[in-house]
Design a protein around this ligand. Structure first.
Ligand code: ZN
Length: 585
């Protein structure tokens, strides 16, 4: 986990002290139902409770939106804080002393923040100077008002190569730090110069309101039109969304977020009262950005330009949002306009209507497929049905999924069972059956299962090592399980979940553990172990196949290889993982 300030022991101590029922119960209303507790999910809007807390396993899971995790994940997502902050919040609450060590990484970040604050004041000052007249005119022309300029930290970098550089030197800021901040460039010749020259400046804030980076729009003919600073220890592009800091409260309150492409679109929308908006700003949407947004809402409204690149970006955005557990809707802008233009020319009402009529991703996908394929052609038609079945299978809520099956079936004039027939296969596959998981996912699931049955630790460790499937994550988790087991002869699965840094991975594993019945554990472990063996044997098979092909004229080499292949085939048969007939040599 990034920003890991505490020792594992401290983290475990806090986790053990903080009872999940007590903590979640202090944030939302929960109700005892059998041995579990249920609640209306705080991470997606719903009328019937599908959020379940297990006091026994100390984890929670939402059967509606898939949100899941332990007490730390809950505090992180509910309070929109990072892991270290969640540990601190809970430690404080339970009177546990945790010491935050300030590593060199932190020191650099702090110094860079100071440089950014200095640059921010510099850019702000120049927007209001005579030198900034052109920039201010531009801002006025785009109808950006004073309040917005202040709230979003818009500034101006004057023409010339060393305005900021000289000012910073006077302030005693080191050259090394300036270069590290991305605001000053060091040429190969060693000469230093300002990154932004004659540009309107946009400030990037993190969710705590710290100024982490800048971008500049050219006011002259300079290329590129929009220039971002490169990544720094403070600024990771793939985890930053422009406008999130200013919009996060509105996003949470309205439980939806508008996603636009450009800074200007965002500013126009915000000013028109649509404050629940973020911009992906020049880069294509990333998993990190989707995960960041998910802390505030699960409903995203993509409003990209109506041109072809915009449409493609929207489609790509949809799949990234879906894969990260969000529900995307698409706002289609007619006549090639962007949100900025629409609001300027027609006011906020038409845009309000467009939000209301935004297309659910299922409809958008169907419309897209129908524009690309010929629904009258049987081959194309099958493709459309298959694609749509897959798209619908992403909807986790059963009632909602059924509704979409009916709707799409109606639109394609097919029987619902055709679609749900496909859907069920797709669904079966995603139900934690080892067969559909990638080998990484398989290994990570298996390792998490071991925490529930550490007696089989050695068997699994050796298997993963032997098959070379033991990656860093698996090794880290296994080591943790061993340490805990050796010390306390039991392992808390809620602690193990912590070790998985990747959100979707953590959710997958929590969901698996949540739905696992104790009596099925031995069977499931064996299933996973066999699957790992199968993967490794199939790999070996492939290698043998290549070897055989390479030496096909030399019987002395080929015969033993064929024999080994036969042996593998018979083991695989026992494991239930036959080699496909067409894969045979
Ligand atoms: Zn939920």
């Amino acid at each position: 986990m990034s920003g890991f300030y505490f020792s594992q022991d401290k983290i475990d101590e806090v986790r053990e002290a903080a009872d999940i029922v007590e903590v979640i119960g202090s944030y939302i209303t929960i109700k005892k139902t059998g041995k579990n507790y249920t609640a209306l999910c705080p991470f997606h809007s719903e009328k019937k409770p599908s959020f379940v807390i297990s006091p026994e396993k100390q984890i929670y899971h939402c059967f509606g939106c898939g949100a899941s995790g332990n007490v730390f994940t809950f505090v992180m997502n509910y309070e929109s804080v990072n892991f270290a902050e969640a540990v601190e919040i809970l430690a404080k609450r339970y009177g546990i002393k945790v010491k935050v060590s300030s590593g060199t990484d932190d020191k650099i970040k702090k110094s860079l923040l100071k440089v950014n604050n200095f640059a921010f004041d510099f850019f702000k000052k120049h927007l209001n100077n005579t030198s900034g007249k052109k920039a201010l005119d531009y801002v006025k022309k785009r109808k950006i008002n004073r309040e917005t300029v202040e709230l979003f930290g818009i500034g101006y970098a004057p023409s010339g190569w060393s305005n900021l550089l000289n000012a910073a030197r006077k302030e005693g800021i080191s050259e090394k730090l300036l270069v590290q901040s991305g605001l000053i460039v060091k040429a190969d010749s060693g000469k230093l110069y300002d990154t932004f020259r004659n540009r309107l400046i946009f400030t990037f804030y993190n969710t705590r309101g710290e100024k982490v980076a800048f971008a500049g729009r050219a006011l002259g003919d300079d290329e590129p039109k929009y220039l971002n600073i490169s990544e720094t220890p403070l600024f990771k592009k793939r985890f930053t969304l422009y406008g999130l800091y200013q919009g996060k409260d509105a996003i949470r309150k309205e439980d939806r977020c508008l996603v636009v492409e450009g800074y200007m679109d965002l500013l126009a929308l915000f000013q028109a009262g649509f404050k629940n908006v973020v911009a992906v700003s020049g880069t294509s949407l990333t998993d990190g950005q989707a995960q960041l947004l998910r802390k505030y809402t699960r409903n995203v409204y993509i409003s990209f330009d109506a041109d072809n690149p915009g449409k493609k970006a929207a489609l790509k955005g949809i799949s990234i949002f879906i894969n990260n557990g969000l529900t995307p809707y698409v706002i289609t802008l007619k006549g090639g306009k962007d949100p900025d233009e629409i609001i300027k020319k027609e006011g906020s009402e038409p845009f309000q209507k467009m939000i209301k009529h935004a297309e659910h991703f299922v409809d958008f996908k169907l419309r897209y497929l129908l524009s690309r394929y010929d629904a009258e052609n049987p081959v194309d038609r099958t493709e459309i049905v298959k694609e749509m079945a897959r798209t619908i299978s992403y909807i986790k809520d059963m009632t909602e999924r059924q509704m979409w099956v009916s709707s799409v079936a109606r639109k394609l004039s097919i029987d619902e069972t055709v679609l749900s027939g496909y859907r069920i296969t797709a669904k079966q596959k995603s139900q934690f059956l080892p067969s559909i998981l990638s080998s990484d996912e398989l290994v990570h699931n298996l390792v998490a299962l071991i925490s529930l049955n550490p007696a089989r630790y050695n068997e699994v460790y050796e298997l993963l090592e032997e098959t070379e499937l033991l990656d860093d994550v698996a090794e880290k988790v296994l080591l943790y399980i061993k340490t805990r087991f050796d010390r306390a002869s039991e392992v808390d699965v809620a602690d193990v979940i912590n070790m998985y840094e990747n959100n979707s991975e953590r959710e997958r594993i929590t969901a698996m553990i949540f739905s696992l019945k104790k009596e099925n554990l031995p069977k499931m472990l064996t299933q996973y172990i066999n699957k790992v063996k199968t993967i490794s044997l199939k790999k070996r098979w492939e290698n043998l196949k290549k070897e055989i092909k390479k030496n096909e004229n030399d019987n002395n080499i080929v015969l033993p290889l064929l024999k080994e292949q036969q042996k593998i085939a018979s083991i695989l048969k026992k494991l239930g993982g036959n080699i496909d007939p067409e894969e045979r040599v």
